[in-house]
Unconditional design. Sequence first.
Length: 248
Amino acid sequence: MVSTTRAEPPRVTAVANLPFGKLVRAAPVAVGGGALSGLISSSFYALVPAWMQGESIARETIAISMLAAVLGGLAFQVPIGRLSDRFDRRIVLAVLGLGIVGAAAALVFLPHSLPVVLPAVALLGGFMSTVYPVCVAHAHDRMPADRVVAVSSQLIRVSGLGSVIGPLIGTNLMVRFNIDGVFYLMATAALLLAILAAGRSLTRASPQHLERPFQILMPQAAPLAHDPLGGSDEPPSPDSVRLASKEG
């Protein structure tokens, strides 16, 4: 329905260019964390359900397990966000990485019964889903405010690259270690993230958190194109005339 309207598209604003190397130098933890986050999440969501289906596990069990991961991610958003606003975000990333290691280890070594697996999956989903947002916030702390769009686009690209690599590596590990190979990969990547984040926090000062007020933007209607079939017979108001003269 949107494509059938005569409303003009919004004007494209200029976006400041951001070389990838500059972002890496300014926020290496955010870049590395974004790539590892994509690798970890894609390995879990792409390979674990496929393996469960291949093992003839009931569809209801697969759905409940994935739901537990999603709900865990939903529950962790607010508390982790508040912690990252109060403490060094790199320390928070290190803790999240260790949390992923612990949850992945639990899924490998604990009994594979539903009452045990579901809490571990929920914790794993909570830790996984909050790594990338904290990385984005840390990168914005390191970069000027006019680079918000450029920083976000670069991190999305990095995360997407990790999302491609994760299932490829995980599939090869599954050949030797079965489904445990996926959790070994996730734990290794998370441990690498924890080491990187903790190491940088010890060698580099914490950046100042950028606090911006939350503002709700009122929707603005786009100007409609001229209707060749006819329009209103009423004359334009003085306010609309003045607005048109300013824009012209």
